[in-house]
Design a protein around this ligand. Structure first.
Ligand SMILES: [Zn+2]
Length: 238
């Protein structure tokens, strides 16, 4: 059975009851559902705790997609933890402080791609900081100027909304692709679109805040030259 990804419907869900479906030989715990974001798209998997029916905790270090079946999430316990048995009822609780910082940075990186409308070649999200790599032919980016534009977008208090559309709907609305900053992936039948007010629209499977006001003040900490055409722009929550 695929793991039900509750974070896709509600990124603010911090806890859920769940049932243990399996524990694989490397100790990865598979549940029927999860609030843990699994490593992907430059964002690390969530950490937190699994609480057994008798109240004993199992510390979870990260969550990843099962390499043998990408529709399932493995909750990877820290070393030396007791493991639950299949069929056990547990409660899964997220390290919310860390996740929320990642949500703020992730959403801020969407805005950064609006400030710098160039092809993105890479990126990563940390606990309160993050970066995007851009394919920019000319240099001359000014940290203060980028920060000012970025914070102006944050200050617009724009709502972030998500909706799913099918490949057919996408084909029927060619204008949609034109307004998007990133081309949606094809083939899986449907795409999740993330809109930040009328500022940005792009396909994304990540976790976002509900309103840009929650990002708060952002600093541009570094603009680094990476090869001839690449600029690495680092930001941090101020
Ligand atoms: Zn996103």
């Amino acid at each position: 059975m695929p793991t039900e990804l509750l974070f896709r419907q509600d990124a603010y869900l911090r806890e859920t009851p769940a049932t243990v479906e399996a524990v694989n030989e490397r100790g990865g715990i598979i549940l029927d559902r999860t609030v843990f974001y699994a490593t992907g798209g430059g964002q690390p998997g969530d950490a937190g705790q699994l609480t057994r029916a008798d109240g004993s905790p199992i510390a979870i270090g990260t969550a990843i997609y099962d390499p043998e079946d990408k529709s399932r999430v493995l909750h990877v316990p820290l070393e030396g933890q007791a493991l639950p048995a299949p069929g056990e009822s547990v409660t899964l609780t997220l390290d919310w402080e860390r996740r929320f910082k990642r949500m703020r940075i992730h959403t801020a990186l969407h805005l950064l791609s609006v400030v710098l409308p160039f092809p993105v070649t890479g990126g990563s999200i940390g606990d309160g900081d993050g970066r995007l790599d851009f394919d920019i032919p000319e240099g001359g980016l000014d940290k203060a100027e980028v920060a000012e534009k970025l914070n102006a977008l944050v200050a617009r208090n724009a709502d972030i909304t998500e909706r799913w559309i099918t490949d057919e709907e996408l084909d029927a609305n060619p204008g949609l692709v034109k307004t998007m900053s990133v081309k949606p992936p094809r083939g899986s039948g449907r795409v999740r679109l993330v809109a930040i007010g009328d500022i940005d629209l792009q396909p994304c499977g990540g976790t976002h805040v509900r309103n840009t006001a929650e990002i708060g003040l952002v600093a541009v900490t570094d603009i680094e030259k990476k090869g001839k055409q690449n600029r690495r722009v680092r930001i941090a929550l101020a």
